[in-house]
Design a protein around this ligand. Structure first.
Ligand code: N01
Length: 866
C-alpha cells in the first residue's frame, strides 16, 4: 500500500528510512537533511551513540587514536571538541556523539528504543515497506542500514546459563548504572578486546577473578594518557589537510606505509623497530611495522616471537605466560588489542587463568561454572564473547527484496555485495560499512563518512535524474566479491578463525568479510563507479532502464600494485632505447627483484651452439636425484635476457616441480636475427638430452618450458624435434608464449597498452628479431604450422591482461584440435609479466603451483617425491 505523503499526492511516507543512530546513522541523517529529503531514523537504544551507547563495560575505549576517530564533516568540531586522552573512554566518545546530535538537532528525526524489524521491497511501487518492533509502519524510497559492524552480540554459547542464580553481564549490553564487583567472585569469559580492556578493572575490584580463555590474543600496551603532542601537532592548524590525507590512506589514518620487508634488515634493527612499535602503542604502528607482516608467514612469526617474549617478560608464572601466548594464528589475523596492564593483571594473587583448550566447559551450574575437571563458584559471570560481526545486525532485520527473496537466504553461504554498499535483488537498499567494504579493518570514522557521502551523493544524483531505483548487476557483484577475495587471499588473514572470517559464530559461513584493499583504493573504486555512469548498476526511471554493466576491478590486486609502482617511477619505454641500453636497463631493474627460493645447487656452464658457446644455468632441486630435466628458454622478446635473467622463476619452477631446470641462452636480435634463436634453442635441447645423465637427469624424462619469446622457442623446438625424430620431449610448457608474429589478435587491441608489455614494445621486439617476410614461417609463428599432430603434451598458460593472450589460447586450441593433450591455465587478473614476479606478486604463486603440478604430470611416476 502506498500511503499519502501529506502533500495530496501519493508516494512514500518518507524519502529515506535510516536504521541506527550511531556514528554512521547520525552522519547519514545530517547529510540527508541537507539534501532536503525527508528522513526518519530508528534506533534501538534510548539515545544516540550506537556501539558507544551499549558497550559501557569498565575500560571501554577506542583502539584508534581519538583525534583520528572523529568526524570530519563539520570542521567546527575540530575547535569545539578537545579529546582528553589518546584513546578516549566510552563515556567521552558517547558525549561527543551526543554533542554532535545536539549541535545539529538530529534527535528530532530519530525514534529511539525502536528497532526496524521488517523491510519489504515493493517492486510495483518501487519503495520499501518498513515495520518496527513497536508497530510503526511506513514506506520509504530508500532504506539505509547504519546498524554497525559489531552491534549484534553473540549468544552465550555455554550450556546451562538459565540455571545460574548469580549475576550475568554481557560487555556489549552493560548496565547504565555500572557494576560494583567489590567482594565478588567473578568469572570473565572471553579474551578479545572487550575482555582484555575490562579484565584489569574488574580485577581491581573483585575479591577473586577467573578468566576463561579459549584463544589467547595478541595485545600491546596502549600507553594511554593525554593526547600526545605529536598527534596534536599533526592536526593542529591543518585539520582539513590532515582529514583529507586520511581519506586516501591505507587504513584511514594518514601514515605512509613502509616498503621495508622484515628480513631485509639485521636482527638488531628488526628488534629495535618492533620495540618502537610496542612503545608507540598504536595498532597501525605495529600492523605496519614491516611491509610483509601480513603476507609472509615467516615475517609474521618473527614479530609473534617478539610479542611472546614480551608476554613472558611481564607474566611471572611461566605456565600462565605460555597459556597467554597466541600460537594458533598469525599476528594481526585476529584483531589485536590495545591494553592497559592486561598481562600484568595475571600476576595478582587473586586472578587466575583457565585455559579452555585444556579444561573445556562442562556447563554453567546454579552457582558457577563446571569445567571438565573442576567446579567453580562465582557471584557474577561476565560474557565478553563478542559479536556476530558485519552481517549479524543486517540479517537480524527481516529484509525481503525483489521476488520475495530474503537477505538472510541470499546470504546463507556468505554475504555478497557490490562495494559493500548494495546487493543484487534489493533495490534502493544501502549498507553503511557493509561486508565487502574496508570498515573494521580501517578507522571506522573515515570509512563511515565515505559511505555516508557516497550514499547521500548517489541519492541526490538519482533524484536529480528522476531515477526511481538503483540495484547492482550480478556481474558487478560477482566481480566485487571476487576482488574482495583476491585481496584477502594474498594475505594471511583467511588462515585464522577470526570474526573477520565469521569463524566465531557456530554455523556461520567461513568468508572473509571486510575489504582489505585499503581505504584510499576503495574510495577510488567507489568514485570511479560513479564516474563511469554507475558502472555495474541498473537504474530504472519509469519504464526505462539504463545499465553500464561491468566489473570495477579485474586485475589482481598485487599485480595492480606493481603496475602502480612502475607508473609512479615513470620509466622510459624500452622501445625508445637502443637494444644495449634496454638490456642494461632491464638487468639493473632485475637486480632489485626478490631472489626466489633456495634450490639445492646452481651450476653455470656452456653448451656448444651452432655459432659458438651458449651459456646455461642449471638449477638442481634440494632433493635426492636423479631428476627429470626441463630445458628452459627465457623471455625478453628475442632481444633481451640471458640464461640467468629469469632466475627467480627458474628457482621457483625447480623447487615446485622437483625437476632440474637448465636455463639455456640463445642468440638475440638484432645482432643475430631469426632463425638464430631457434637454431640455438634446438641445439641446446639436443645437447641437454644427450647429456641428461651427466647433468643429474633421468634419461628420457625431458621437457621444454619457455616464457614469452622463450615460449615461442619452446613451441618451435617441439615441432623441430618431432620432424627430426628427436630428441624425445615428454612435455612442453608455454607460458604467455608468442605463437604468431602478426600481432593482430583481439587481445592486442584490448591489452596493447597499460599492462607493461605493450603492443609498441612487441613491435620493437619483432622488428629487431625477424624480417616481415620471415614472420609467417612456422619457426617464427608456430601457430602457422600446417600440422600440429604428434607434438608433446602441452601446458599453455595465458594471462588475462596480456596482448599475447589470444595467440596463446589459439595455440592451445590448435594443439587440442590436432589431438595433442593440452592443459590450458588461464591466469585471471594477470599480465604478461606478473607470473614471473616470484615473491612480489603473491597471487601468481598458485598459478605456478598449478604449472609445477602439470610439469610433474609430464614426468609421471618418474618424479622423485619431494
Ligand atoms: O569480541 P571478540 P570482543 N566460549 O570476538 C571468546 C571491537 N572492539 O567483544 O577467540 C569461550 O574479539 C573468544 O574466543 P575465540 C574490536 O574490533 C573494540 O572482545 O573465539 N570463549 C574471544 O576470546 C574487537 O575485535 C574495542 O576462541 C568464547 C572472546 O570471547 C571486536 O570489537 C573494544 C566463546 C571474544 O572476543 C570484538 O571484540 C571492544 C565461547 N562460547 C571491542 N565465544 C576497542 O578497543 C567467544 N569466546 C575499540
Amino acid at each position: 500500500m502506498v500511503a499519502s505523503n501529506g502533500h495530496g499526492t501519493t508516494g512514500p511516507d518518507v524519502d529515506v528510512v535510516v536504521a541506527g543512530a550511531g556514528f554512521a546513522g547520525l552522519h547519514m541523517l545530517y547529510r540527508l537533511r541537507h539534501l532536503g529529503v525527508s528522513v526518519r531514523a530508528f534506533e534501538s537504544g534510548a539515545d544516540v551513540g550506537g556501539t558507544w551507547y551499549w558497550n559501557r563495560y569498565p575500560g571501554a575505549r577506542c583502539d584508534i587514536p581519538t583525534v583520528d576517530y572523529s568526524y570530519s564533516f563539520d570542521p567546527e568540531l575540530e575547535d569545539e571538541w578537545t579529546w582528553s586522552e589518546k584513546y578516549a573512554t566510552q563515556p567521552e566518545i558517547l558525549r561527543y556523539l551526543q554533542h554532535v546530535a545536539d549541535k545539529h538537532d538530529l534527535r528530532r528525526d530519530i525514534q529511539f528504543s525502536t528497532t526496524v524489524a521488517e523491510a519489504t521491497w515493493d517492486d510495483e511501487q518501487r519503495l520499501w515497506h518498513i515495520r518496527t518492533d513497536r508497530g510503526d509502519e511506513l514506506t520509504a524510497r530508500y532504506y539505509v542500514m547504519a546498524t554497525g559492524c559489531l552491534s549484534m552480540p553473540k549468544a552465550a554459547e555455554v550450556e546451562g546459563l538459565e540455571r545460574y542464580r548469580g549475576d550475568v553481564y554481557f560487555t556489549s549490553r552493560w548496565p547504565h548504572e555500572g557494576v560494583d564487583f567489590t567482594g565478588k567472585r567473578v568469572a570473565v569469559i572471553g579474551t578479545g578486546s572487550s575482555g582484555i580492556q575490562s579484565i584489569p578493572l574488574i580485577a581491581a575490584q573483585a575479591e577473586a577473578l577467573t578468566v576463561f580463555q579459549r584463544t589467547p590474543n595478541f595485545s600491546i600496551p596502549a600507553h594511554n594518557g593525554p593526547v600526545p603532542e605529536k598527534m596534536r601537532d599533526a592536526i593542529a592548524g591543518r585539520a582539513a589537510e590532515y582529514r583529507e590525507a586520511a581519506k586516501w590512506s591505507v587504513g584511514g589514518i594518514p601514515v605512509e606505509p613502509t616498503q621495508v620487508v622484515t628480513f631485509s634488515v639485521t636482527p638488531e634493527e628488526r628488534t629495535a623497530r618492533y620495540e618502537d612499535a610496542w612503545q608507540a602503542g598504536e595498532l597501525f604502528a605495529i600492523l605496519g611495522v614491516y611491509a610483509d607482516l601480513m603476507v609472509n608467514p615467516d615475517a609474521n612469526a618473527e614479530l609473534a616471537g617478539f610479542l611472546h617474549d614480551k608476554i613472558r617478560s611481564i607474566v611471572e608464572d611461566p605456565e600462565t605466560a605460555d597459556t597467554l601466548c597466541p600460537k594458533d594464528h598469525p599476528f594481526g589475523t585476529k584483531r589485536p588489542c590495545l591494553d592497559t596492564n592486561y598481562f600484568a593483571t595475571y600476576n595478582l594473587p587473586h586472578v587466575r587463568l583457565v585455559d579452555l583448550r585444556k579444561h573445556p566447559f562442562r556447563s554453567i551450574t546454579e552457582s558457577g561454572i563446571d569445567t571438565v575437571d573442576e567446579s567453580l563458584e562465582f557471584d557474577a559471570i561476565v560474557f565478553a564473547t563478542g559479536f556476530d560481526a558485519m552481517t549479524g545486525a543486517l540479517v537480524a532485520v527481516d529484509i525481503t527484496g525483489r521476488d520475495g527473496v530474503t537477505l538472510k537466504d541470499k546470504w546463507a553461504h556468505g554475504p555478497t555485495t557490490y562495494l559493500g554498499l548494495t546487493t543484487v535483488g534489493f533495490p534502493n537498499l544501502f549498507f553503511i560499512t557493509g561486508p565487502g567494504s574496508p570498515s573494521v579493518l580501517s578507522n571506522m570514522a573515515v570509512s563511515i563518512e565515505q559511505h555516508v557521502d557516497w550514499v547521500a551523493d548517489c541519492i541526490a544524483d538519482l533524484r536529480a535524474r528522476g531515477v526511481d531505483t538503483i540495484e547492482p548487476t550480478e556481474t558487478a557483484e560477482a566481480g566485487w566479491v571476487q576482488h574482495v577475495n583476491d585481496c584477502a587471499d594474498i594475505t594471511l588473514y583467511p588462515t585464522a578463525n577470526s570474526w573477520y572470517m565469521g569463524a566465531n559464530v557456530p554455523g556461520k559461513p567461513r568468508v572473509f568479510l571486510p575489504y582489505i584493499g585499503g581505504v584510499g583504493k576503495y574510495r577510488i573504486a567507489c568514485d570511479e563507479v560513479v564516474d563511469r555512469d554507475y558502472l555495474g548498476f541498473r537504474l530504472k526511471s519509469g519504464a526505462d532502464t539504463t545499465c553500464n554493466d561491468g566489473v570495477i576491478r579485474r586485475v589482481q590486486p598485487d599485480v595492480a600494485a606493481v603496475m602502480e609502482m612502475m607508473a609512479m617511477l615513470d620509466l622510459p619505454p624500452l622501445e625508445t632505447m637502443d637494444p644495449d641500453t634496454a638490456r642494461a636497463f632491464v638487468e639493473a631493474s632485475s637486480a632489485m627483484r626478490p631472489p626466489g627460493p633456495d634450490v639445492g645447487e646452481i651450476v653455470d656452464g656452456t653448451i656448444p651452439g651452432p655459432a659458438g658457446d651458449l651459456a646455461y644455468r642449471l638449477y638442481r632441486p634440494p632433493t635426492d636425484g636423479p631428476h627429470p630435466v626441463v630445458v628452459y628458454f627465457h623471455g625478453g622478446g628475442w632481444v633481451l635476457g640471458n640464461a640467468t635473467s629469469d632466475d627467480p622463476l627458474c628457482r621457483d619452477l625447480c623447487v615446485r616441480s622437483n625437476s632440474v631446470i637448465v636455463s639455456v641462452d640463445y642468440r638475440h636480435g638484432p645482432e643475430a636475427r631469426f632463425p638464430a634463436a631457434i637454431d640455438d634453442g634446438f641445439a641446446a635441447t639436443r645437447w641437454v638430452a644427450d647429456n641428461a645423465v651427466a647433468l643429474g637427469g633421468i634419461p628420457g624424462e625431458l621437457a621444454v618450458f619457455g616464457w614469452s619469446a622463450g615460449g615461442n622457442i619452446a613451441a618451435v623446438v617441439c615441432q623441430l624435434a618431432r620432424d627430426a625424430g628427436g630428441p624425445a620431449i615428454v612435455g612442453q610448457g608455454l607460458m604467455t608464449p608468442v605463437t604468431d608474429l602478426d600481432m593482430s589478435s583481439g587481445s592486442y587491441a584490448e591489452n596493447g597498452e597499460g599492462y607493461i608489455l605493450t603492443a609498441a614494445l612487441m613491435k620493437w621486439f619483432c622488428d629487431h628479431y625477424a624480417d616481415e617476410a620471415d614472420r609467417s614461417d612456422p619457426r617464427a609463428s608456430p601457430l602457422r604450422a600446417d600440422n600440429l599432430a604428434g607434438l608433446p603434451p602441452a601446458i599453455v598458460i595465458t594471462s588475462e591482461f596480456d596482448p599475447l593472450r589470444d595467440e596463446g589460447i589459439a595455440y592451445a586450441d590448435a594443439l587440442t584440435a590436432a589431438g595433442v593433450p593440452v592443459q590450458h591455465i588461464a591466469a585471471r587478473g594477470h599480465t604478461h609479466t606478473s607470473l614471473t614476479m616470484v615473491d612480489m606478486v603473491i597471487s601468481g604463486a598458485k598459478i605456478r603451483a598449478e604449472i609445477a603440478d602439470a610439469l610433474r604430470a609430464f614426468f609421471g611416476a618418474s618424479v622423485p617425491a619431494h
